[in-house]
Design a binder for this molecule. Structure first.
Ligand SMILES: Nc1ncnc2c1ncn2[C@@H]1O[C@H](COP(=O)(O)OP(=O)(O)OP(=O)(O)O)[C@@H](O)[C@H]1O
Ligand SMILES: [Mg+2]
Length: 317
């Protein structure tokens, strides 16, 4: 493997399909040992970015280096060093877990004692040993995802690129899957993982927010919360939740408000409001039971406000 600084360097990556832009001028770096999330809704350009990083798709403009290799011209040399779990990974349904591993191990060029040793090792690591003899087709969703992850790390790659590995699996299976990702990062692997789950974004060391082909922001969850919101966030307890929500939406200085469980969660700009001024406004509007306290910002706040700002910029373009 080549000596490298950043594990991934994406520079102005752009992909157009005809006159549709799927990835628009995306630049970011990933450093060794990071777990970087790539968060975005359906169709925002996550898979297209990943395919360009892996040299599976030629960028319309821009370039990428992964593990020191040029993604486009050195893709062949790069691929053995990357564990890629594609969004539409294929398992052989009629083969057992162990047979799937043996098959894909062969594809990676592993054989003999080395292959057997690696299979036992990943079965253990991914906690799949007790299911080794099960047909892949009989596995529940979360276990299929684990088998796909086991396959992706068979050849001991130093970088994992996981494209929505947890989509469609239940919350418990998602938690367990993330435990495995932490284990792998602890062993020194670098991880780039795409997701559209906000709760998963919280687990990442850094996070990029994709929306309509553009990378709107990138940073650690705490950095994004500290720097990407226009002002403080508030928790509002009130009986008439929905009328109070409508009232706050229209109140000057409130940039975002939504339901959070049985309460309201609001973001205001700069120093326009204090807990006292917000409570006073609510009281005088007839919400006499309303109480307001400062609260912690959420990544959802960051996401919603970045998207709103991008939409406003789009209208201005
Ligand atoms: N080969 C292609 N030809 C034309 N359009 C494409 C092609 N591949 C992707 N697109 C379009 O580019 C956009 C981005 O797609 P992409 O698959 O990268 O999104 P994504 O963020 O991975 O979405 P999802 O969460 O649904 O997987 C989509 O509108 C998609 O329809
Ligand atoms: Mg995708």
């Amino acid at each position: 493997m080549k000596a490298v600084g950043p594990v991934i360097v994406a520079e102005h990556l752009t992909k157009r399909f005809g006159d549709f832009t799927a990835v628009d001028d995306v630049s970011f770096d990933v450093y060794p040992g990071e777990i970087v999330g790539y968060l975005g809704p359906n169709g925002s350009g996550k898979t297209t970015t990943i395919r360009m990083l892996l040299g599976l798709l030629q960028p319309t403009a821009g370039a990428a280096r992964v593990l020191g290799y040029d993604s486009l011209t050195e893709a062949e040399a790069l691929r053995p060093h990357v564990g890629y779990m594609s969004q539409k990974f294929a398992l052989y349904e009629e083969l057992t877990v162990r047979e799937n591993l043996a098959f894909y191990g062969g594809v990676y060029g592993l054989n003999g004692t080395m292959l057997r040793r690696r299979i036992e090792s990943v079965l253990e690591l991914i906690h799949l040993a007790s299911l080794a003899g099960e047909r892949a087709g009989a596995l529940a969703g979360g276990w299929r995802q684990r088998l796909a992850l086991a396959i992706a790390i068979l050849h001991e790659p130093s970088l994992l690129i996981l494209d929505e590995p947890t989509s469609g699996v239940d919350p418990l299976a998602r938690r367990l899957f993330w435990d495995l990702i932490y284990d792998l990062a602890e062993q020194g692997k670098t991880v780039l993982i795409s997701t559209h789950y906000m709760d998963e974004a919280e687990h990442c060391t850094r996070l990029g927010i994709m929306y309509h082909a553009r990378l709107l922001a990138m940073g650690s969850p705490s950095q994004l919360k500290a720097t990407r919101l226009p002002g403080p966030t508030w928790q509002i307890t009130v009986g008439a939740l929905l009328p109070a929500l409508d009232y706050l939406k229209a109140l000057s200085g409130v940039v975002d408000v939504g339901l959070l469980g049985n309460e309201l969660h609001a973001v205001t700009c700069d120093d326009r409001h204090t807990a006292t001024s917000l409570a006073a406004a609510l009281h005088s509007a007839g919400f006499r039971d309303a109480t307001v306290v400062g609260s912690a910002p959420t990544l959802e706040d960051v996401f919603k406000l970045q998207v709103a700002a991008e939409q406003a910029r789009g209208e201005g373009r």
